[in-house]
Design a binder for this molecule. Structure first.
Ligand SMILES: NC(=O)c1ccc[n+]([C@@H]2O[C@H](COP(=O)([O-])OP(=O)(O)OC[C@H]3O[C@@H](n4cnc5c(N)ncnc54)[C@H](O)[C@@H]3O)[C@@H](O)[C@H]2O)c1
Length: 443
């Protein structure tokens, strides 16, 4: 970028764990293009923690101005913000996205873009009305192994894709984390069909270049929650782990006090908003599912059988694409097993996607063309979260734009197409019937 080009002014809303990826990038490698000019959150302590981390990395830098949630519009005006990065609790995304667009800003939002159809419509309307840009941070698209899948399918290596078989396992550490905090309430996260599977449904849309039309799903709370916990003798008598003797020998309890990062972000901040990051996964109040089977039919006629399990002994996924000229199979073992009583070391459950270090397994991408011997496809994965996907996504979002033959940049329409599969699955859980996606959100 020319030294004369003015830097764009960026704000981050929702200064929790995930925001660190963006604050670090904006204040670090992309500081020549962006000025980190505003923080906004309901919790002032968490904003102060982020400012502390930035000062640790760059002593002497001025703190980023911090605004309370109700002063978001004021922040946009006063700090002359051009780009808003939305990292808050999922149910709040739409409000910030729409207000930012209406104030003339572009937006980068964490997934899921939002949590229901009305909110998605508001976002799509605002994009149309304002002509501004929304980018959805679908970092999984940027994982090199996922890019390789797209390349192989687009190159016709397996011909026309007839069906996809996709199983995603969350291990006892990562899976349990959705049951310890705000995600456990469907009103906050849309449940795992929206919060988590939005990544996976987006990948299938993108890999196949198609859109979901019909969804049938069955799901339930099989493992977590008070009832299942009592039935299997896993439940302990506590509400949140901190200060609870009953949590001490619970392998599902996260010990915030053992981790400086978790203590600073959550324990020391909770007096302001009562956000407890360490709730009992076998306590009452869980309204999301942990074991889900989904059947999708796409506009191309292809089908998807998808399964999500949130209580597995290892973490990763298996995918098979059946094509008219062969089959493509992917196995990714993000962790091979889950150690009991995981020591909370600050990189533990907070940093989803970066927590695989000591138990990471193999990645195998196998092309099985008709009448040919199978071929292992070598893919160099990268450093950092999500197989290097996080770093590549940051470059696409904050770096110089270059034409991308893989079309990895996801916009609001992509966010909505992915969301609608999860919403339809949620509806199907309730009705026991197949759901036409256009009946929920006509895109
Ligand atoms: N793409 C990925 O791989 C990935 C990984 C983790 C999280 N995420 C996404 O990032 C977002 C944040 O997740 P997290 O793990 O950092 O959660 P978190 O709980 O650590 O942080 C959420 C932040 O939002 C703030 N907040 C809550 N209500 C708010 C409101 N009304 N206005 C402003 N701020 C508010 C909280 O105070 C907190 O600081 C979620 O949307 C999540 O889906 C994406």
């Amino acid at each position: 970028m020319s030294p004369d080009t003015p830097r764009r002014r960026a704000a981050v809303v929702g200064l929790g764990a995930r925001a660190r990826l963006f604050t670090r990038a904006l204040a670090g490698p992309y500081a020549d293009r962006f000025e980190l000019a505003g923080f906004c959150d309901v919790n002032s302590r968490r904003m102060a923690v982020h400012n502390g981390w930035l000062a640790d990395a760059d002593p002497g830098r001025a703190p980023v101005p911090a605004y309370a949630a109700e002063d978001f519009d004021e922040m946009l005006r006063r700090e002359r913000i051009d780009l808003v990065v939305v990292c808050s609790v999922d149910r709040t995304h739409d409000d910030y996205i729409v207000r930012a667009l209406e104030a003339g800003c572009d937006v980068v939002t964490e997934k899921p873009m939002t949590t229901d159809a009305d909110r998605a419509r508001r976002i799509l309307d605002a994009v149309r009305r304002t002509g501004r840009e929304v980018r959805v941070a679908f970092n999984y698209r940027y994982n090199p192994v996922h890019s390789a899948v797209r390349e192989l399918i687009a190159a016709g290596e397996i011909g026309e894709v007839g069906s996809v078989h996709f199983e995603w396992l969350l291990d006892l550490r990562h899976g349990a984390d959705y049951f310890r905090r705000w995600h456990r309430d469907k009103a906050n996260s849309g449940g795992l069909m929206v919060h988590k599977a939005t990544h996976h449904f987006d990948l299938v849309n993108w890999w196949l270049g198609t859109r979901p039309e019909t969804v049938f799903a069955q799901g339930g709370l099989f493992f977590y929650g008070d009832e299942a916990g009592r039935r299997r003798g896993l439940a302990r008598d506590y509400t949140r782990a901190h200060g609870s003797p009953a949590a001490r020998d619970d392998p599902f309890a996260v010990r915030l006090e053992d981790s400086p990062a978790l203590s600073a972000l959550y324990l020391d901040a909770e007096a302001e908003d009562g956000y407890h990051r360490d709730q009992n996964v076998f306590g009452p109040g869980v309204t999301i599912e942990d074991d889900i089977a989904v059947l999708v039919r796409y506009a191309t006629g292809a089908t998807l059988t998808y399964h999500l399990t949130a209580y597995a002994p290892w973490e990763g996924y298996r995918i098979a694409f059946n094509g008219s000229e062969g089959r493509l199979e992917l196995l990714v073992e993000e962790s091979t097993w889950t150690p009991s009583l995981v020591p909370a070391n600050g990189s533990d459950p907070v940093l989803h996607g970066a927590e695989t270090a000591d138990t990471v397994g193999r990645t195998e991408l196998t092309l099985r063309r008709f009448w040919e011997e199978p071929r292992e496809i070598e893919v160099a994965t990268g450093e950092g979260g999500h197989g290097g996907g996080d770093a590549r996504m940051l470059d696409d979002v904050f770096g110089t734009r270059v034409p991308d033959p893989l079309h990895r940049a996801a916009d609001a329409a992509d966010g909505a197409h992915s969301l609608v599969t999860g919403l339809a699955a949620n509806r199907s859980f309730e009705t026991g019937l197949p759901v036409l996606t256009r009946d929920l959100l006509d895109l």
